[in-house]
Write a protein of this length. Structure first.
Lengths: 261, 373, 469
């Protein structure tokens, strides 16, 4: 008996299939303009690769953008908020986790979960670029770096520069100023990552933090942001054993199992 | 068409058919913004008291030319409608110092439009014998100003009659709230907000009659199934769509402590004596607004009593971005509600923003999942 | 939240605790300090503090700055010793006259916004961590950092705690009033309340006087101390002398190039909001007046020429502390004062308790922010005050700092700009940022905008170039 979860994000869409033994398979693709198409594509690709059919899936839950339309299209029997799904997915992977920091391309959320993975509290920022992956993208582009270079290069800095963290536009201006004045990309990148981490830490403080803490979403791959966040909050982030991008879809699948099992 | 349908057909118009008819018959209209304004005085003068609203109007281009983007968007939206001609039916304005944003709104509105009748009702921020005396005098001055400008004698009898009219309205609204708060609710939160918003654009006698019709219609009604009963608190919000969206997620707004809600009428009844003093005491002593800087305890007692009476599963505090009064108050309210076992969702919202409505859906859904709804 | 904050803070931290240690440094400063001596001291300080000190102690203002620092040191030290001396500490907003509290033997005032401003100048991280704590509790980020920095520190419960709070209610803007209300409840200390009616008619002023007298009685009751007329006379005597000196400084501003260093605008209201009514305040302002008179005599000005004379219509920028004030005058931009300098001091009749209390009430209702918020039209009053100041001081431009949290001035900024141009032909630059925290708009962006404004707008309008000498 299989259960599935579909999570459509701003940049990628994920599908996860689970059974009683755990995660059977998962898939991630770049999104299409229409979230329903993204959902349909990712789940059908996964089913095809697994040689499964829709009849093998007892229950499916959708989450993320367009989750209601995905359900309305018949691709899922129910929908849940990405907040609950992320929380539960993180808990399943690591039952000690109580705080999930999920920083995606266009939004950021901090989720507090209880001893059974239940949602206790949450806070979101889905309006302002600062504190999301978008902030890093803009600064990386200004520095002429690929996004995945931004964290690595910062590790060689010994003098992270001060940067505004309330506004990505002003931060971009400051980055240009520093470049013009001859500062190294490493030092500027270190400042960018620190500004990002400070913004994330501000979000964490709004909902409170309980150990253990984990980080997921695209920004979690930035080693310098992780290191700065650990320093600011004086913690050690728990690392997932699986690709953190699938956490939402995994949580949705777990809920599907609860509902349909 | 029944009373509720009649309501719904013009529920988000500013210049409604009712106001159009009133004006055509030679009636006068006075605009006001704040629930600290004793509308009985305006009613007693035979004038229509019209509470200034924007119903989530999204365009604020003209408003933004005067107010800044750091000012509350509700005020910018109202100013927009003031400057683009929508509120040209007003024959005058009563300003109140509700909050800094409102003051800014009124000042800019008057700067551009230059109403001949623009009266400032100065409302104290605390309740004490001397502030009540001052407010009583303010109400007398307001009465005199209206009388003089509109050439109408506001007698004590007329005032007492208006007070009685609004007392009756209060009684009916409380019955309406009983219908929404009962174990099997008969009215949704969106419907109640619609009723209260509409009522704030009607003469009291007509609002009273409308309410009688609604109470009859709703006596045996029931609402669609819901996941949880919530209480809604926060900033001046006349965004009926917002409440509808929340209820579409399964969150029944079973009660409220809103400015376009119970705060506009709840504790104002009873008492005897000089009508002006009576109004001063009613309006100032029971102004459940965070602008009353020394009255938190009274506000809190009222909120807790409301939450318990309606047997809510949780509370949602919505406040407009840049609203410092509610933004700070929300922290204390959240802590106190949670101490009393009531889970809370705090939402900061950009007034009039459709995009924000979408974001709120996610949060409300997550909140319902959290509280087990 | 308190648990998390305590985890991140040490016992000696907290705004007041830390500030009093920092300002104590000035005890070791000689009255005449050499550049080498200064560099020697700065070498040991953390970078933020060293930067502020370097700007504060620039050679042209060094001796006065040391005097001012010592005055602040005395102020904070007294707050600390208050408990031992059986005094109660009153947390007041900047728009409440501290001399009222100084009139009481058993009381000492500490001023929220001055604490925040000093914190921004001298603490590592410039007080931002306290802002973070306040935000962590869920307080809105549209709140004023001038208050939130102090609030954040107070919320951590490791800082020095006042005994009572005075709120200037309306008189203060909403966020200021609301913050003090919140803090009193959170810290479980009494809140005393003074409202200014939005009414300057005779009736309104009489009502305010009634409220003011009631507040004085409440303070007396809280302290168990009746006001002593002789003590009042002494304190108000000092305040009167300081008021006279204020107007001397005002007149010195009228010269061009301006002999009053930009940073004296800040010193002046820093003293006004904390120590007005004390002998220390009189000495500090005397030092400022003497310095300016000396500069006028010598024709000294830090730039080759004065290219702009600016009135800042409300607050200035503090997160770069003295650096910003000094930067401006090194570029020929005179800071003639800002809205917080317009406190219209007057000499009080000290004949009797009645005349003195009435005089204090008059002073209180003309304090910055109260004067504008307490008028029936805040924008009209603000505009009138700024027009008057620009004419008196021969300003050729106005700069509105655009502090994000200042909803009341933001609501009038547009009309202010257009009316100023209509009536005085003076251009206004509208900035946007956070006066106390650099995260919103960095200093480089502000400086660039100001330079463009001065070079492209103001300079073109000046008909005479004002050279030094």
């Amino acid at each position: 008996m299989y259960f599935a979860g579909i999570d459509v994000g701003s940049l990628t869409a994920q599908a996860v299939v689970i059974n009683d033994k755990g995660i059977k398979s998962f898939k991630s693709i770049g999104v299409k303009p229409n979230p329903v198409d993204s959902a349909q594509t990712v789940i059908e690709m996964l089913l095809s690769e697994d040689r499964l059919s829709w009849n093998d899936i007892k229950f499916c839950v959708s989450t993320g953008y367009g989750r209601e339309q995905v359900q309305a299209r018949g691709l899922a029997q129910d929908n849940m908020s990405e907040i609950s799904c992320h929380g539960l997915g993180a808990f399943w992977i690591c039952p000690e986790v109580r705080t999930v920091v999920d920083i995606g391309g266009q939004d950021a959320k901090v989720i507090r979960i209880g001893a059974n993975g239940e949602l206790v509290d949450f806070v979101m920022n889905d309006k302002c670029a600062a504190g999301t992956g978008r902030f890093l993208e803009v600064q990386a582009r200004t520095l002429g770096l690929a996004l995945d270079e931004l964290g690595v290069i910062a590790l060689s800095s010994r003098n992270a520069l001060e940067l505004s963290n309330r506004c990505s536009i002003f931060c971009e201006t400051e980055v240009l100023h520093y470049l013009q004045r001859g500062h190294s990309k490493a030092d500027i990148a270190a400042g960018v990552n620190r500004a990002m981490a400070e913004r994330v830490a501000a979000l964490v403080r709004r909902v409170g933090m309980e150990n253990e803490v984990t980080m997921s979403g695209g920004v979690a791959k930035n080693v310098a942001v992780r290191a700065e966040l650990e320093r600011i909050l004086n913690i050690k982030l728990v690392r997932y054993g699986v690709d953190s991008q699938i956490v939402g879809a995994l949580g949705a699948a777990l809920i599907a199992k609860r509902m349909g099992g | 068409m029944n009373a509720l349908q009649c309501l719904q057909s013009q529920s988000t118009d500013i210049f409604t058919e009712y106001v159009r008819d009133w004006k055509e018959k030679g009636g006068k209209v006075l605009g006001y913004a704040c629930v600290a304004t004793p509308v009985e005085v305006i009613e007693a003068a035979g004038i229509l008291p019209y509470r200034i609203k924007a119903f989530g109007h999204p365009d604020t281009e003209l408003g933004d030319a005067y107010l800044a983007r750091f000012n509350c968007r509700f005020c910018r939206a109202c100013l927009q409608l003031g400057l683009d001609g929508t509120y040209d039916f007003l024959d005058g304005i009563i300003e109140t110092n509700g909050c800094d944003h409102l003051r800014g709104m009124f000042e800019n509105w008057q700067h551009v439009k230059g109403y001949e009748f623009f009266h400032y009702l100065k409302v104290p921020h605390f309740v004490r014998e001397d502030s009540l005396d001052y407010f009583e005098e303010e109400l007398s001055l307001m009465r005199q100003a209206i009388s003089k400008y509109f050439g109408v004698d506001i007698t004590d009898e007329a005032l007492l009659k208006a007070i009685k009219t609004y007392d009756e309205i209060q009684g009916k609204l409380k019955k309406l709230y009983a219908l929404r708060e009962q174990a099997r609710p008969a009215v949704t939160g969106a419907e109640v907000m619609q009723i209260i918003c509409t009522g704030s654009s009607l003469r009291g006698e007509d609002f009273g009659a409308l309410l009688t019709g609604i109470l009859e219609e709703k006596a045996n009604a029931s609402v669609p199934p819901y996941r949880a009963r919530l209480m809604l608190l926060g900033s001046a919000t006349d965004e009926i769509d917002l409440v509808r969206e929340m209820e579409a997620q399964g969150a029944l707004i079973a009660t409220d402590a809103l400015c376009f809600g119970s705060r506009s009428f709840w504790a104002r009844a009873g008492g005897k004596g000089d009508p002006v003093r009576l109004l001063a005491e009613r309006y100032l002593s029971h102004l459940f607004c965070p602008r009353m800087f020394t009255e938190y305890q009274e506000r809190w007692d009222y909120i807790l009593e409301t939450a318990r009476r309606a047997n809510v599963d949780g509370a949602v505090i919505v406040y407009n971005k840049f609203c410092d009064l509610h933004g700070v108050e929300a922290v204390s309210q959240r802590m106190d509600l949670e101490k009393n076992g009531i889970p809370v969702l705090v939402l900061e919202k950009d007034y009039g923003s459709q995009a924000d409505t979408g974001r709120i859906k996610t949060r409300v859904q997550a909140f319902l999942e959290r509280i087990g709804g | 939240m308190t648990a998390m904050a305590a985890h991140e803070l040490k016992e000696y931290e907290g705004l007041i605790n830390r500030l009093s240690q920092v300002v104590k440094l000035s005890d070791a400063f000689p009255d005449q300090m050499s550049d080498e001596g200064l560099e020697g001291i700065l070498h040991f300080l953390p970078s933020n503090l060293a930067g502020s000190m370097r700007a504060f102690l620039a050679p042209r203002i060094r001796d006065v700055s040391i005097e001012i620092l010592k005055t602040y040191g005395a102020w904070l030290d007294s707050a600390f010793r208050a408990g031992e001396e059986g005094k109660k500490v009153f947390l007041i907003p900047f728009n409440f006259p501290p001399e009222v509290i100084h009139c009481f033997e058993g009381a000492w005032p500490v001023t929220s916004e001055v604490l925040s401003t000093l914190g921004v100048a001298s603490l590592e991280g410039q007080g931002e961590r306290y802002w973070d704590y306040a935000m962590g509790l869920g307080l809105p980020d549209s709140a004023c950092s001038a208050n939130m920095i102090e609030v954040g520190s107070a919320l951590t419960a490791v800082d020095f705690k006042p005994d009572v709070i005075i709120s200037d209610c309306l008189g203060s803007c909403d966020i200021n009033s609301k913050t003090h209300e919140f803090l009193a409840r959170y810290m479980d200390i009494p809140l005393l309340f003074l409202e200014k009616t939005v009414d300057n008619s005779e009736r309104g002023i009489n009502q305010y006087y009634l409220y003011f007298k009631t507040l004085v009685e409440e303070v007396e009751e809280f302290l168990g101390e009746k006001l002593d007329e002789e003590r009042m006379r002494e304190v108000i005597g000092n305040a009167n002398r300081a008021s006279e000196l204020y107007w001397e400084l005002w007149d010195l501003h009228k010269y061009s190039p301006c002999p009053v260093p930009n940073i004296f605008s800040l010193f002046l209201y820093g003293i006004r909001y904390t120590m007005w009514g004390t002998e220390d305040a009189v000495k500090a302002i005397e030092a400022m007046v003497d310095k300016c008179s000396e500069r006028l005599k010598k024709g000294e000005y830090p730039a080759e020429m004065e290219v702009a004379r600016a009135i800042w219509s409300y607050t200035s920028y503090y997160f770069d502390m003295a650096g910003f004030f000094n930067w401006m005058e090194e570029h020929g931009i005179t800071h003639l004062g800002d809205g917080l300098d317009l406190f219209f001091p007057q000499v009080i009749d000290t004949t009797s308790r009645e005349t003195m209390i009435r005089g204090l009430a008059e002073i209180a209702r003309n304090m910055p922010m109260t004067r504008q918020m307490g008028a029936s039209s805040m924008s009209v009053q603000w505009l009138d005050d700024i027009i008057w100041a620009t004419r008196e001081l021969d300003a050729d431009c106005v700069i509105y700092c655009g502090h994000h949290s200042c909803k009341q001035t933001w609501s009038g900024a547009s009309v202010m700009r257009s009316e100023l141009m209509k009536r005085t032909k003076i251009p206004t630059l509208i900035l946007q940022g956070d006066s106390w925290i650099g995260r919103m708009t960095p200093m480089s962006a502000l400086q660039e905008t100001i330079e463009e404004f001065v070079n492209n707008v103001v300079k073109q309008r000046r008909t005479t170039v004002r050279a030094v000498g």
